[in-house]
Ligand binder design. Structure first.
Ligand code: NAD
Length: 257
């Protein structure tokens, strides 16, 4: 197996894209560390399910990534980090003049600042192991903008910039840093936006999906968590060793428009 002996930490991985990426990295042979801010039996059961399915080591470590010390603590608690996937993220949709300041702070903390803390804690481990991959889950909104997503678009553009800096600081080492930029993926984060959008535009669920969400996705299909996991596995492969400091869009053509 390609990633046997590697340990991957995937932040925000008890649902959605993070869980999909953890599953695909485990399928490729990596030991995985799952994370979110909750500490429920079902969170630990997810790790056990992955261990059983793929014959790898899998653990769940709770850490609230809105707190920088907790973000660094996650990496320290894992004890080893060859592959770091900064995926945890939240969303809030509101016009700038109505955007709650606390939501702005939380989005910047979880979607952007946590990646600074985890990366700072993980790079020494990668250097010690002589190999590393940093994979930041940005968004099509790291490359383009939409109204009412001020904090999210700012955080995602920020993480694309931070990815480039990470790549430059590790350029002479066997470590790469890249950002994956998904278009719409039907995860709980996206599901949660549907009721508000239905209300805002007076549309039903199907219309919101077709006319609002997939409006900018020329393929007219959601990307899947498995496809994002496969992209992460590719970035961990030898074929991707010279791919660093860039973005890979998995967006059905969104950013080609
Ligand atoms: P999701 O809500 O299913 O997953 C988000 C994960 O982050 C969950 O595991 C959640 O528990 C975790 N999380 C939230 N707050 C946290 C905190 N304080 N500490 C630790 N973990 C926390 O959403 P998703 O769609 O899978 O999103 C994952 C990432 O992909 C996010 O960064 C998101 O911005 C990005 N993304 C999603 C889409 C999409 O269409 N779904 C598109 C582009 C980018």
């Amino acid at each position: 197996m390609q990633l046997k002996g590697k340990t991957a930490i995937v932040t925000g991985s008890n649902s959605g894209i993070g869980l999909g990426i953890a599953r695909e990295l485990a399928r490729a042979g990596a030991d995985v560390v799952l994370n979110s801010f909750t500490d429920r039996d079902e969170d630990h059961a997810l790790a056990q399910e992955i261990a059983d399915a793929h014959g790898v080591g899998a653990r769940y470590i709770a850490a609230d990534l809105s707190d920088g010390d907790a973000a660094r603590g996650l990496i320290e608690a894992a004890g080893r980090c060859d592959i770091l996937v900064n995926n945890a993220g939240i969303q809030h949709v509101a016009p700038i003049d109505e955007f709650p300041a606390a939501k702005w702070e939380a989005i910047i903390a979880i979607n952007l600042t946590s990646a600074f803390h985890t990366t700072a804690a993980a790079l020494p481990m990668m250097r010690k192991a002589g190999w590393g991959r940093v994979i930041n889950i940005a968004s099509a909104h790291g490359l383009t903008a939409s109204p009412y997503k001020g904090a999210y678009v700012a955080a995602k553009h920020g993480i694309v910039g931070f990815t480039k800096v990470t790549a430059l600081e590790t350029a002479r080492e066997p470590i790469t840093a890249n950002a994956i930029c998904p278009g719409y993926v039907l995860t709980p984060l996206v599901e949660a936006q549907i009721p508000d959008t239905m209300q805002k535009y007076g549309m039903d669920r199907e219309e919101v999906i077709e006319k609002v969400m997939l409006e900018r996705q020329p393929s007219k299909e959601f990307a899947t968590t498995e496809q994002l996991g496969g992209t992460a596995v590719f970035l961990c492969s030898d074929a991707a060793a010279q791919i660093t400091g860039t973005t890979i869009s998995v967006d059905g053509g969104w950013t080609a428009l």
